[in-house]
Design a protein around this ligand. Structure first.
Ligand code: G3P
Length: 218
């Protein structure tokens, strides 16, 4: 399973990159706003900086919601760097745009996926990735992991090449459950990724090893 980090924070992207486990980055307008990135040239420069840190796919989301606007924005984003994947919302014009980009060889990430039907449409249109938002489904008492399983089954039935990018991952158990079910990619915050490091028996075991070493090497 590929590990993407879901942030526009350059320090956190660098930290995940330094850990040696990073395969890509996802951003969205809310995450860019959180970093205070506003204005076209600042947004463009920020995407370029992210692409310089990570050698992998970087999702950059369009703001337009009509076909012509999505195409114009997406083509400009795709030209910024080879790593850029154009992130397009799951709306009618978005699906049309994904088909257009797919025919042109431009990678896409269809975002805001909350049902298997949406995921099926995005795959039919040729999306490179679909992003089911598992945390937001959990928020409304619907099991987000069940949706990943449902999409996995559908894609495997027809051997769709679209990768399932589990998004809105909030904690380490989401990551483990995604891996068990066979999500191709997960994107989550640095905190969820680094939480995978922790186990109390690792801590106590290491403390004992070091104490025993010290006893005889004092
Ligand atoms: O990748 C989508 C993600 O940014 C949404 O996460 O936590 O806002 O639901 P969240």
């Amino acid at each position: 399973m590929k590990f993407f980090i879901d942030t526009a924070n350059l320090d956190q992207i660098q930290e995940a990159q330094d850990l040696g486990i990073l395969d890509g980055v996802t951003t969205n307008p809310s995450l860019m706003a959180k970093e205070g990135i506003a204005g076209e040239s600042n947004v463009i420069n920020h995407y370029k900086k992210i692409c310089e840190i990570v050698d992998g796919d970087v999702s950059a989301e369009v703001i337009s919601t009509n076909f012509k606007g999505i195409i114009k924005e997406g083509e400009a984003l795709a030209k910024l760097h080879n790593n850029i994947v154009v992130k397009v919302p799951m709306i009618k014009d978005g699906v049309k745009a994904i088909k257009y980009f797919s025919d042109k060889g431009i990678k896409t990430n269809c975002t805001l996926i909350f049902s298997a039907g949406q995921a099926l449409l995005a795959a039919k249109a040729g999306a490179t990735y679909v992003s089911p938002f598992i945390g937001r489904l959990d928020d409304i008492s619907t099991d987000g992991i069940d949706l990943i399983a449902q999409i996995r089954e559908i894609y495997d039935n027809y051997m769709f090449g679209t990768e399932i990018l589990a998004a809105s991952v909030r904690h380490p158990m989401h990551i483990i459950q995604c891996a068990e079910i066979g999500a191709d990619v997960m994107t989550g915050p640095l905190s969820a990724i680094t939480a995978l490091l922790n186990h109390p028996l690792t801590d106590s075991g290491l403390a004992k090893f070091l104490a025993d070493f010290k006893k005889v090497n004092a």
